[in-house]
Design a protein around this ligand. Structure first.
Ligand code: NAP
Length: 291
């Protein structure tokens, strides 16, 4: 099968490239970085997809700067909504399966929801994004659903992996530079690890599943919990104190949800889609980063 990978230079895009290099040799993967194919250029995108005639298009391209999206509204909308809608139309016209990634930030993220939905928001929970990034991602999802194409939308949260920048890598870097790290302890959720997201997506594709799924780890933690767990890992030799602080200690341009746990019951009902404890995914990532 021929698979087009858009946004191939990002953290998830690079994880997909490794996956195909190591594990799946029976498929033709066509990776495109943003420089090779800008998904907001509708005619170039359309021409390339028509020329390649893929069986699957995996869209890892996104405008992911949550604070930047408040100011660069046009660009965020073009990448996260308009281009995604164009991919949906092409999927309906040409018959390829569109794989797309969305976010926990589509949900309202109210603090009270933590008590009401301790296992997280289910796929059909009403969306109500608290920031513009979340809004563009939600409208991107909807643009796909308006088309008749076959699609798989995976919502993920707190994405961490070996490539690009993410919370775990930032903590490791800052931990070597500072004696004390202040980390917020009033935003609740769970990390999605790129390797597991790729594994889930591939299992869903092979099972010919379509629709919307949540892919994240088991457990409900704060960023503070995640930071602390990094430095107590037995092979991490970094002497730093992690201090819990409220969100107000780090004012941000874009509002952040206080609770954004994704419920994973649906994906767990698909054979082969096991969901790991967050500590397992973290230990694996830290091991990978040490190699
Ligand atoms: N990171 C998270 O915590 C998180 C959480 C929930 C959901 N998600 C979603 O998960 C997906 C993958 O996220 P990620 O962390 O892997 O993102 P990432 O590392 O920021 O990568 C996004 C990629 O998209 C590319 N891109 C941006 N604009 C483009 C355009 N117009 N045309 C083509 N490519 C373009 C970027 O290229 P350049 O770098 O060259 O601009 C970058 O390589 C996204 O859909 C994101 O919304 C992420």
């Amino acid at each position: 099968m021929k698979i087009m990978l858009l946004g191939a230079g990002g953290q998830l895009g690079r994880e997909w490239q490794i996956f195909f290099k190591k594990r799946e040799h029976n498929h033709i993967l066509l990776p495109y970085t943003s420089a090779q194919l800008d998904i907001t250029h509708a005619s170039e995108l359309t021409d390339e997809v028509r020329q390649q005639q893929p069986g699957v298009v995996i869209n890892c391209a996104a405008y992911t700067d949550v604070d930047g999206a408040e100011e660069q509204r046009d660009l965020a909308r073009k990448v996260n909504t308009d281009a995604v809608g164009q991919l949906g139309k092409l999927s309906a016209e040409m018959g390829f399966i569109l794989v797309h990634y969305s976010t926990d930030y589509v949900f309202p993220g109210e603090e009270e929801d933590r008590e009401q939905f301790p296992d997280g928001y289910a796929e059909d929970h009403p969306a109500d994004p608290v920031n513009y990034y979340g809004q563009t991602k939600w409208e991107g999802e909807q643009a796909i659903r308006k088309t008749t194409g076959h699609h798989l939308i995976l919502r993920i949260s707190w994405l961490c992996g070996a490539f690009g920048s993410n919370f775990v890598k930032t903590m490791l870097r800052l931990g070597c530079q500072r004696e004390v790290l202040q980390v917020v302890d009033d935003q609740w959720g769970s990390p999605s690890f790129t390797a597991e997201v790729v594994r889930h997506t591939w299992t869903l594709l092979k099972a010919e599943e379509t629709g919307t799924f949540h892919s994240t780890s088991r457990g409900l933690i704060t960023w503070y919990d995640l930071a602390e767990a990094i430095f107590v890992e037995k092979d991490i030799d970094i002497d730093v104190t992690v201090k819990a602080v409220p969100s107000e200690a780090f004012p941000t341009v874009a509002e952040r949800p206080r609770f954004s746990k994704l419920n994973t019951q649906k994906i767990e009902s698909v054979p082969g889609c096991t969901v790991e404890e967050w500590e397992v995914g973290l230990a694996r990532l830290l091991y990978q980063l040490r190699k």
